[in-house]
Design a binder for this molecule. Sequence first.
Ligand code: PHE
Length: 373
Amino acid sequence: MSAPNKSYDPIEVEALKPEEIDRAREAALAAIAAAGDLDALREAKAAHAGATAPLALANREIGALPPQARAEAGKRVGAARGAVTRALAAREEELEAERDERMLVEEAVDVTLPYDRRPAGARHPLTTLSERIEDIFVAMGYEVAEGPEVEAEWFNFDALNMDLDHPARAESDTFFVAGSEGRDSGTVLRTHTSPVQIRSMLDREPPIYVICPGRVYRTDELDATHTPVFNQVELLAVDEGLTMADLKGTLDHMVQSLFGGEGMRTRLRPDYFPFTEPSAEMDMVCYVCRGASVGNPDRPCRTCSSEGWIELGGCGVVNPRVLTACGIDPERYSGFAFGFGIERMLMFRHNVRDMRDLIEADVRFTRPFGMEI
Ligand code: PHE
C-alpha cells in the first residue's frame, strides 16, 4: 500500500475551478463594459466586486484548500479580481469624464441671452407712510376704522354739523353721485374722512379711540399741488374728561414718532370747523431746521420757507352737537379729533416737488422708497 499522496491533495471546490473563475471574471468585465453611467457602474461594482460577488466568495474558499493548493488558487482568483478592479477604475474614469463634459454643455449659462428678470416692484410710499401713522396710534391702543368712499350726504355733512348752506357742500367742491333718472341720490364721494368719525361713534360705545385712513375726493384739477383724489388720516377719541390738552399731547407724540429727535412739537392756531369747537389749525416744527431758520438769513430753510413751522391739518374738540347726533351724552363724554392729508406730509417729508409723481404709478418713483413692509 502506498502512502497517501500528501504533497498534492486537491480538494475539488466548485467555485475555485478555473472555468468558474474565468466565467465570473468575464461576467464582471462584461457588466462593467455595459454600464452606461456612473449609477449603472455602481450597481455592477456591488454585484461583481462587492462582498457577496462570486469572486469574493471564491476568495473565501481558498482557506479551505490544503496548503499546497492555496497558492495556485490564490493566484488565479487574485488575477481575476485584479482585472475586475482595474476595469472598474478605467470605466469609472471614462464615465466621469463623459459626465463632466455633459455638465459643461447642459449647465452652461449663456451670459449673452437677453435679461428677462422682472424688477421687483415696491410698495407705494403713501401706503407705507399711512401704515406707519396707523402703527403709532395702534401702539397707543387705537383701533383702525374704515368707511365707504361713496358716502351718504348725511354722514359726510349733516351729522358733522355742516348744514345745507355750508360752502364745502357746494357743487364746486363736491362730487355728487347721480341718482337714477336724474334724481338726487343723496350720496357723494366723501370729501373728507370725518364721516368715519360718525360711523365709529354709531357703531361703538365710548370710550372710543379710532384712527381712520382713507381716500377722499374733491373737484380739484390735477396739478403740481392738487389732486382730485387724495388720502387723509382722521383721528377720533371720545372718553370722559378729554380736553384740548390731550389733543395737543397726542399730536406732539405723533410728530415725535414720525420725525424723531429733539424739539419736535406742534402748535395750534384758532380756526373754524363746524364739527369741532374749539377748532384749530395744527402746525408742527419744521423737522429740518427745527425753527433755526426763522429770522436767520444765513441759514435759510427750503422745507419750511424759513417759517419754522409746517402746516399739517385741522383739529379740535368734538362739537357737542356731533356727539348728540351720534347718541353720545355730551354732558358725560367729550372728544377730540384731527385730520390731515398724507400726500402733503409725504411731499415735505421726502422733498417731492410734484403731486403728479405720487399718482402716476411709475416704479422709478416708488422704488427709491425701498421695500419697507
Ligand atoms: N375734515 C377736516 C378736513 O378735511 C379736517 C378735520 C378733521 C378738522 C377733524 C377737524 C377735526 O379739512
